[in-house]
Design a protein around this ligand. Structure first.
Ligand code: SF4
Ligand code: SF4
Length: 337
């Protein structure tokens, strides 16, 4: 099969965007993130982007329906839709006589934490010089290496079609396919810093950056406090010294924050989705910025943000108020400006 045939097939199976990376582009990757240890004879990585519906962010933007982004835009894509597409693509590749691995999720079995530290007493390498199982493929970097877009200051993959509103699935295969060029289109991230300003946890540093070289290209993003993001993502906020709270059961160092209307952290949806912050900085603010600059191909008739952003004031226990209204309770935040 040719590259164009593979791409057309992947799109017919449900992918929105498809790019091909050759495996040498992973040269220099940390051992724990190097997919060549998974399939040493792999010749190509097929990287697919799947859009998160802008509508799945609507209920969080309005403050009325939080579960849809976690269910349909996060866990449902990651655990249902993307696996179906990558598995079906692999079936066609195997029918051509080439081995292929469908990878449609971030492995919970990975041997490293989110911040890259090795998990202790978790697993051991099976050969000298090998990584500790499981390897974690850095999906955004894979997408960059397949030419699907650039890495923004927020460390999110920004695609020219959907901006940060995508999730990624990959297929590793022994089939040799012509690689796509690294993205060299119009610059998407203009360092507007909306992601930094609107992240409820201040998790993206405005000054400290991380620089890496990917396939010979210098790439830089803001340093992310991933542990803090993990708390704020699910609606939590670190308490001040001496303060206690119970937003997340079993942790008295996390209280509910102004970006959640929930008294307690809601349950996970589809195993992973718990995105109470609705990616307010790294996705919603960035998308609004990119859309307002007219740089995205997926255009809408109406702007995303239509009302003032809301915040909940939890300062008096049980007395929910909205900060940018004079009323003590109610939902006047939903009135049009
Ligand atoms: S919000 Fe602005 S600075 Fe942040 S990634 Fe998007 S375009 Fe870049
Ligand atoms: S997921 Fe939420 S808390 Fe984490 S960086 Fe994005 S906006 Fe901030």
């Amino acid at each position: 099969m040719t590259k164009d045939e593979i791409k057309a097939l992947a799109k017919s199976l449900g992918a929105d965007l498809v790019g091909i990376a050759s495996m040498d582009r992973f040269e220099g990757a940390p051992k724990q993130m190097d997919p060549r240890y998974i399939m040493p004879e792999a010749k190509s990585m097929i990287v697919m982007a799947f859009r998160v519906m802008r509508g799945s962010l609507r209920g969080i933007e309005e403050g009325t329906f939080f579960s849809n982004y976690s269910a349909m835009g996060y866990g449902g894509l990651t655990y249902n839709y993307i696996p179906m597409t990558v598995i079906n693509l692999c079936r066609h590749i195997e029918d051509e006589g080439y081995e292929a691995i469908p990878i449609g999720h971030q492995s919970d079995w990975r041997g490293i934490h989110n911040d890259g530290r090795l998990k202790k007493n978790f697993s051991v390498p099976v050969r000298e010089g090998y990584p500790q199982p499981d390897i974690m493929i850095h999906l955004r970097i894979a997408a960059y290496l397949a030419g699907l877009g650039e890495i923004g200051y927020s460390k999110m993959l920004l695609t020219p079609e959907f901006g940060p509103r995508v999730r990624i699935g990959v297929v590793l295969t022994e089939m040799e396919l012509e690689p796509d060029p690294i993205y060299d289109g119009p610059k998407l991230c203009n360092k507007c810093m909306a992601c930094v300003r609107e992240c409820p946890g201040g998790c993206i540093s405005p000054t400290k950056t991380v620089k890496v070289t990917l396939a010979g290209h210098e790439v830089e993003w803001g340093d992310i406090d991933v542990a803090k993001c993990n708390d704020y993502f699910s609606g939590g906020q670190r308490v001040a010294p001496g303060e206690t709270s119970d937003y997340i059961e079993g942790r008295d160092d996390i209280k509910r924050a102004s970006h959640t209307p929930f008294f307690r952290r809601p349950k996970k949806l589809y195993n992973s989705g718990q995105a109470v912050c609705g990616a307010r900085g790294c996705t919603r603010a960035c998308m609004i910025s990119l859309e307002s600059r007219g740089v995205l191909k997926n255009q809408f008739k109406e702007p995303f943000r239509r009302r003032r952003p809301w915040q909940v004031d939890w300062s008096e226990e049980g007395n929910v108020r909205f900060l940018d209204t004079d009323k003590k309770e109610g939902n006047s935040d939903h009135e049009a400006d």
